[in-house]
Write a protein that binds this ligand. Structure first.
Ligand code: ACK
Length: 393
């Protein structure tokens, strides 16, 4: 069981009153969605729940499905509460014996948690109506007395955060190819949210909200902070500042003006985490390295220094050209001026090109060259640190 390390900026999510209607029906192959143009605007809790087409579970059903929320059924813990593993029948969606039927993940709202009923409702409002292969599938919910639960498809490989940052000899670091696959999947999910079909700003894009299935397909989860995008003629949505430190776009933190480019910034931060294997904010690192963006910027301004940002555990799995393209994309996404950030369709295009290019493996000489440069730079830095010690924090 793990805890959510990141710090939410604010957790109170005012669910806006004007929710666009997005009535979604899945295509037969479950890969695309249609949104009817019914000009209805669900506002009340009852309307949102009704419009969602989700299964309403009783607390008792979920109690049985998770074997009474046994501690050994816990998959993890977030700001919302704990997530439990459970089983339901594929046809009837009723609780099934462990090991039979389909596996589900049951998120149980922590009564004392800082995420509340409004975020629970926002999750149902968005995930209950939007469908895309790169969004986690919400199966149903439970609203009974003080109980608030959400039932999702089970994502066997957990979160990207877990894969990138867990350490231990028995954990294999994600390969370069899988990192790029996950980045592309997450980018597609975000691009779909920003598309005219959905028009949603996700607002909490971070590695702990990206879940991974058995084939390393990435799916976005946790729509508690999502908002409808700006309406016609408006450039942004004004909101209270919410999200997670490190991932939230600077202009949004300062002005409260939310645009799709705020999500693009967060995507750039996650892409940097993917490339470097470092958390965006990490108090356990030496001063000067705790803020990933500040630290990485020093290296990312010069082409030949990009290797110093890359996760040393995947050395030799990518070419310098591919690393350069991915790092340049990350830099563009975290550009201080939102206008100069690419939109998510462009991000998807660039990541697709990166995947399709033959330019993935390093040549032997490239790897040797890189090793040599890295050793030289490290020796240089060590000498510099010895002669000029850092002031203590
Ligand atoms: O990284 P993890 O193992 O994957 O720990 C977190 C934790 O719960 C809090 O979010 C895990 N989790 C969340 N949703 C799911 C899901 N649908 N399937 C599997 N694990 C999940 C997540």
């Amino acid at each position: 069981m793990r805890c959510c390390f990141s710090v939410r900026i604010k957790a109170e999510s005012p669910l806006q009153s004007g929710l666009d209607s997005k009535y979604v029906s899945k295509d037969e192959d479950n890969t695309s969605c249609k949104i009817s143009s019914v000009p209805l605007t669900p506002r009340s809790e009852g309307e949102i729940l009704e419009a969602s087409n989700l299964k309403s579970f009783s607390f008792n059903e979920l109690n049985i499905a998770t074997r009474c929320f046994r501690p050994d059924s816990v998959l993890g813990e977030g700001g919302f509460g704990c997530v439990f593993k459970g089983w339901i029948d594929e046809q009837t969606l009723k609780a099934a014996k462990p090991g039979t039927g389909i596996v589900i993940a049951v998120k149980r709202l922590n009564q004392e948690g800082f995420q509340g009923h409004k975020e629970w409702l926002a999750e149902i409002n968005y995930l209950g109506q939007l469908y895309h292969p790169n969004l986690v599938n919400l199966v149903g919910y439970c609203l009974e007395d003080e109980h608030r639960l959400l039932v999702y498809e089970f994502m066997p490989r957990g979160s990207l955060e877990n894969h990138l940052f867990r350490r231990g000899s028995h954990f294999q670091p994600l390969s370069w190819n899988l990192r790029m696959k996950i980045a592309l999947g997450a980018a597609k999910g975000l691009a779909y949210l920003h598309s005219p079909k959905a028009k949603v700003i996700y607002r909490d894009f971070k590695s702990s909200n990206i879940l991974i299935d058995s084939n390393y397909n990435a799916k976005l989860s946790d729509f508690g902070l999502a908002r409808d995008g700006p309406r016609d003629g408006h450039s942004h949505v004004s909101t209270r500042v919410m999200g997670t430190y490190g991932y939230a776009a600077p202009e949004y933190v300062v002005t409260g003006h939310l645009t799709t480019k705020s999500d693009v910034y967060s995507f750039g931060v996650v892409l940097l985490e993917i490339l470097s294997g470092r958390r965006v904010l990490d108090k356990n690192r030496p001063p000067g390295e705790q803020d990933l963006i500040e630290w990485a910027k020093r290296f990312l301004v010069r082409k030949h220094r990009i290797v110093y940002v890359m996760d040393s555990r995947i050395e030799g799995q990518y070419s310098l050209g591919a690393a350069l393209k991915a790092a340049t994309l990350a830099i563009n996404c975290i550009c201080i001026e939102p206008r100069f950030r690419p939109n998510m369709d462009e991000v998807v295009k660039q990541l697709e090109q990166l995947q399709n290019s033959k330019d993935t493996g390093s040549t032997k000489s490239e790897v040797l060259h890189r090793h040599r440069k890295k050793r030289t730079e490290e020796a240089f830095n060590n000498r510099k640190a010895a002669s000029c010690p850092q002031p203590s924090a």
